[in-house]
Design a protein around this ligand. Structure first.
Ligand SMILES: Cc1ncc(COP(=O)(O)O)c(C=O)c1O
Length: 275
């Protein structure tokens, strides 16, 4: 479910500016290769690390690779500030520009314009956004930082329990982490292949809801949404791998807050429906 570096190579054109790999569900993309391709072709590597706070690749935290890694602390994420996120970069110039972009394009000194040293006029150095995280949100986030490993351990237990309890069902379960990598364990996604289950993903989803089990669909392929179809002329068959996942993907409850009894409830419901 992650980007294929060989396919990236094939798709680079003179207009390509960046590679944006998504570490989907927390599973690391092949970062060594992607970083090498980006350097070779002088492209930015902008990692979508929203699912991958804990993910590591070949001994490195993923946020330490070129050039940018963009994390989300939205409520559904492994730690949260309700809304907001974080960008890591190994490029000081980018770091400085991002800070300016995030607050109206105001020069760095503008941050300190109400300091005890007296008032300073701000300067807008380019058009920016209002993308700053509030101090109140940051104070939530700081306290969540120390919970990361404890919550991760609990998700590891649930991950293993699901694998054990669901392995005999006709479902495609998440692939284990590649050797030398650490999976962020953000979502537990099962793929529902109707030729094996006899029911569609949506039928399974509805049956689970009737048994009071919440689910998610990560994600309906972008090119199936009306805006992208109409604007770019995408059609069925354009992105076969994304379509394969889009038609079959189903996320079952997965959070450190689940009790063992909750995990049993989910597994029992799937067993009842699919057996
Ligand atoms: C893979 C992925 N990328 C990006 C985002 C966007 O993060 P945010 O909602 O913090 O903007 C999300 C989730 O919301 C996500 O799941």
């Amino acid at each position: 479910m992650t980007i294929d570096p060989e396919d990236v190579r094939r798709k680079i054109t003179p207009r390509t500016k960046a590679i944006i790999p998504v570490h989907f569900a927390g599973r690391a993309c092949r970062l060594d290769e992607l970083e090498a391709i980006a350097r070779e072709h002088n492209l930015y590597l902008i990692q979508d690390t929203a699912h991958a706070l804990e993910t590591e690749y070949h001994g490195r935290k993923i946020g330490t690779f070129d050039h940018l890694a963009s994390y989300s602390f939205y409520v559904t994420k492994n730690i949260t500030t309700a809304e907001g996120g974080m960008v890591t970069t190994n490029d000081e110039e980018i770091a400085n520009r991002l800070k300016i972009y995030a607050l109206h394009g105001m020069s760095k000194d503008a941050w300190k314009r109400f300091s005890d040293d007296g008032y300073k006029h701000y300067e807008v150095v380019f058009p920016g956004f209002k993308y700053n995280m509030t101090d109140i949100q940051a104070s939530l986030g700081i306290h969540q930082l120390r919970k990361i490993e404890r919550l991760y351990k609990r998700r590891q237990e649930i991950w293993q329990a699901y694998h054990e309890k669901l392995k005999h069902l006709p479902l495609i379960l998440p692939t284990e982490a590649e050797e030398g990598t650490r999976h962020g364990l953000h979502l537990f996604i099962i793929l529902v292949d109707t030729s094996k289950t006899g029911i569609t993903r949506d039928e399974l989803l509805t049956a689970l809801h009737k048994q009071n089990i919440g689910t998610g669909v990560h994600y309906i392929a972008l090119h199936h949404h009306p805006y992208y179809k109409q604007t770019y002329g995408y059609k069925q068959g354009d992105f076969p791998n994304a379509e394969f996942i889009s038609d079959r993907t189903l996320s079952i409850p997965f959070s450190a807050k689940l009790t063992d009894a909750d995990v049993d409830d989910v597994a029992d419901a799937l067993n009842r429906i699919l057996n």
